[in-house]
Design a protein around this ligand. Structure first.
Ligand code: EPZ
Length: 414
């Protein structure tokens, strides 16, 4: 059944291990194409987006073994450079395969990944970055071919610290002759995980200055390596906000609080108490959360857009009025109408929502429209009194490896 059933209204008590990061493993899987040999990745999440990326790797000639959180990629015999439309349109982050294939093969053909429900999500910055490395682009309908005789290092000034454009620039620059400087590069931890993997394979990459410049000395040949995927900070943040909504105390294992400082500030402003262990985070929720005057999403290290819907869900039950402003994507309040169905009092005005906390939400049948909004509905359902059913769970399966088991470990009834 494509739905999740939750019996809510009870505080959460328990602990669970946090899965490996979706947004780190996807670009790293693409980066394995640059290694003419075997790469082993540990702590990979078993999620739909990873399966999709594995299919893409196999479609160009990689041999992939996948099981028990370990993925082994043999990219010794890449034979194709055309990415199948089916997978590219299903998962837009397949666009980072462009940089990897350009780096390894010097050309790639891809159908435009298209937008999704949270926004148009163009790739203009990715393409401008490629041109900066001497790559020629050719469009035919919705198919794009990029090719180069010889990748030349250069200067890539990003108009916006786009995560994907930074990743694509790094992947192409690693194979380019000479040095590449990426200015206004994204600072998300997933970028550092990608750089960590590439350094492990022999690449010469570092951040410079205040961290907004990434310098790549290309042309090093990359060798087989083994790499551990870091924890998923968005999954961790999702569960912390679920606990703020439902109440109780939870402990997240294999989670590094240093990557969640913006969220921690908001949780403490809401009355939450955080304790950090060696590699764990424990949150004790207040009897009733306090509203926060205004939270604006921003690029890292600001408040993550991927935790915006989950915050709106938690604030729906807080005492007082809060404002949440979405500055990264243009249409990321898709969960709001469904939260209102559960009894939330939320007004949407353009890129901001005003949330007036209510005493209780009631269980309802609601629909997930995309990944993080769907996760937010699950967190709201844990707090809502009575039974909820969240439809279209396939959206949630794209990024949460074991939501049911995690929620059960935390004491939820799912
Ligand atoms: C990555 O998407 C993440 N996905 C997203 O997580 C995350 O929300 C986003 O970064 C921001 O942190 C993965 O890592 C797989 P961007 P990405 O390029 O790279 C605009 C999730 O739920 N833009 O930083 O696509 C774009 O439209 C997902 O796990 C351009 O205009 O994000 C958006 O408004 C959702 N032109 C903004 O920049 C471009 O060429 C940020 O996009 C590129 C981006």
């Amino acid at each position: 059944m494509d739905s999740i059933h939750i019996c809510g209204g009870y505080p959460l008590y328990g602990e669970t291990k946090v899965q490996g990061s979706k947004n780190a493993v996807l670009p790293i899987l693409a980066a394995t194409v640059l290694v003419d040999g075997v790469t082993t990745l540990n702590n990979c999440p078993d999620i739909a987006d990873v399966h999709c990326m594995v299919r893409l790797l196999e479609s160009i000639g990689c041999v992939v073994e996948y099981g028990g959180g370990r993925i082994r990629v043999d990219a010794g015999h890449i034979s194709k450079t055309r990415l199948p439309r089916e997978y590219v349109t299903r998962m837009r982050s397949s666009v980072v395969m462009m940089g990897a294939l350009l780096g390894r093969m010097g050309n790639v053909t891809i159908s435009y990944p298209g937008g999704c429900v949270i926004g148009k999500r163009p790739i203009d910055m990715h393409l401008r970055a490629f041109v900066g490395l001497g790559i020629e682009l050719e469009e035919a309908g919705d198919t794009l071919t990029a090719r180069t005789k010889c990748l030349q290092g250069g200067c890539i000034p990003l108009a916006f610290p786009s995560v994907g454009a930074t990743e694509n620039s790094i992947l192409a620059a690693v194979a380019a002759q000479g040095e590449t400087q990426i200015y206004n590069a994204a600072r998300e931890p997933e970028i550092d995980a990608l750089c960590g993997f590439l350094r492990c394979a022999g690449a010469d990459i570092c951040r410079k200055g205040d961290g907004s410049i990434i310098c790549v000395r290309g042309g090093q040949s990359l060798h087989s390596c083994c790499y551990h995927i870091p924890f998923d900070r968005i999954v961790a943040g999702t569960y912390l906000l679920g606990c703020m909504a439902a109440g109780g105390r939870i402990c997240l294992k294999q989670a590094d609080g240093r990557e969640l400082t913006a969220l921690a500030g908001v949780l403490e402003a809401m009355g939450g108490r955080l304790v950090y262990g060696e590699d764990s985070i424990t949150l004790t929720a207040p009897e009733r959360a306090q509203a926060v005057p205004c939270v604006r999403t921003a690029v890292y290290p600001g408040y993550p857009t991927d935790l915006q819907s989950q915050l709106v869900a938690a604030l729906s039950l807080a005492e007082g009025e809060s404002i949440v402003e979405e500055t990264v994507f243009e249409n990321r309040f898709r969960a709001v109408p469904e939260l209102v169905k559960m009894g939330a009092d939320i007004r949407t005005e353009g890129s901001r929502v005003t949330v007036r906390g209510v005493r209780a939400l009631h269980g309802s049948q609601v629909r997930a429209m995309e990944l993080r909004g769907g996760a937010a509905l699950c967190m709201a359902a844990l707090a809502a009194k009575g039974e909820s059913r969240i439809m279209n769970r396939h959206f949630i399966d794209r990024g949460y490896e074991a939501l049911e088991q995690d929620i059960r470990n935390l004491g939820g009834r799912i």
